[in-house]
Ligand binder design. Structure first.
Ligand code: 13P
Length: 344
């Protein structure tokens, strides 16, 4: 499979100085985010919130594409246009989450396998009619006692590859997202070992399904200490271990790596990305390193908004500020002074 327009889309998703906005929360997950700021999880409120995000003037300067959830692709925004049209006005490519969620893996308590392959070929055709250019599928890998199991790693890698092949067949760029969860008391070394093993299996399966590495984007988690680990690795260690892991697992043909934030703090996620891009300057790495954050981009805006129309402008400023700082970090041009200016 070698489709020049697919490769061009993949390259533009990770264009210099740009990243991807993940806003593909399923209805229950979106509900959790809204309820945390006292907003009821109604369709009207989800539209209002997502219109706030995508109607932010200037967002397209830092964001190449945004990943939507199924309902958003079909809805009218409060700005008057459909969401895909609103995105087009901003120069932001529409993407769509196509998995149907991570479900319990049979015979493996506490582990999950992502579902959604049945009927996917037909769903992709429909998403194309709404203007989708790329897709996303997230697999979750849990670290714990006897976890991850080989069964979990293999089932998820296989599903990711089957999904990616279907996307490329339909002319859509797959974002391949194997997330090693940050939850747990594990050290950064354990996270490194598990992430290497996960990504090796993912690329092996992608290769076996004939997926074109140049027409995809990898969305991994960073190599980081578990949330309950007593010795937390610092910013430079996270950057160094993450790069070491990528160098050992990701083929050079992949145009870019767009990290998820995975529960890191907003500023922490920006610092890690910046540190990696600073280190990358000293090596000749083949891929662009950028962001595809959900929480680490949206959090400040969501907290300021609180469902009040009067707060929309300041919430948009907060989103734009985070998008800009992460775009700078994707070139190693972020610093603490810029962060302080935003805070002021
Ligand atoms: P976070 O950046 O909040 O981890 O979300 C990224 C994402 O797309 C999860 O699938």
């Amino acid at each position: 499979m070698n489709n020049p327009s697919l490769r061009e889309t993949a390259r533009s998703m990770v264009a210099p100085g740009k990243g991807i906005l993940a806003m593909d929360e399923s209805t229950p997950t979106c509900g959790k985010r809204l309820e945390a700021v006292g907003v009821e999880n109604t369709e009207e409120n989800r539209i209002a919130y997502r219109s706030l995000l995508l109607g932010t003037p200037g967002l397209g300067d830092y964001i190449s594409g945004a990943i939507l959830y199924d309902e958003t692709l079909r809805q009218q925004s409060t700005e008057g246009a459909s969401f895909p049209d609103l995105m087009k006005q901003q120069g932001i490519m529409p993407g769509i989450k196509v998995d149907t969620g991570a479900k319990e893996l049979a015979l493996h308590a506490g582990e999950k396998v992502t579902e959604g392959l049945d009927g996917l070929r037909e769903r992709l055709q429909e998403y194309k009619t709404f203007g989708a250019r790329f897709c996303k599928w997230r697999a979750v890998i849990t670290i714990g006692e006897f976890k991850p199991s080989i069964a979990c790693l293999q089932a998820n890698a296989h599903a990711l590859a089957r999904y990616a092949a279907l996307c490329q067949e339909a002319g859509l760029v797959p974002i391949v997202e194997p997330e090693v969860l940050i939850n747990g008391a594990h050290t950064i070394e354990t996270c490194f070992d598990v992430t290497v093993e996960t990504q090796r299996r993912v690329f092996d399966q992608l290769y076996r399904q004939d997926v074109d590495f140049a027409g995809m984007v990898l969305k991994p988690s960073m190599v980081i200490s578990g949330t309950d680990c007593p010795q937390r690795a610092n910013v430079d260690e996270v950057a160094a271990q993450t790069l070491r892991c990528l160098e050992q697992t990701v083929p050079a043909a992949v145009p870019g790596i767009a990290f998820l934030s995975g529960g890191q703090g907003d500023e922490e996620a920006t610092r890690h990305l910046n540190a990696m891009n600073l280190m990358a300057r000293e090596r000749s790495l083949p891929w662009r390193l950028t962001f595809s954050y959900a929480r680490a981009l949206q959090n400040p805006a969501l907290k300021l908004w609180k469902g009040e129309p009067a707060n929309v402008d300041k919430a948009r400023q907060a989103l734009l500020a985070r998008a800009r700082l992460n775009a700078l970090a994707s070139s190693g041009e972020y610093n603490e002074e810029l962060e302080q200016q935003v805070a002021a």
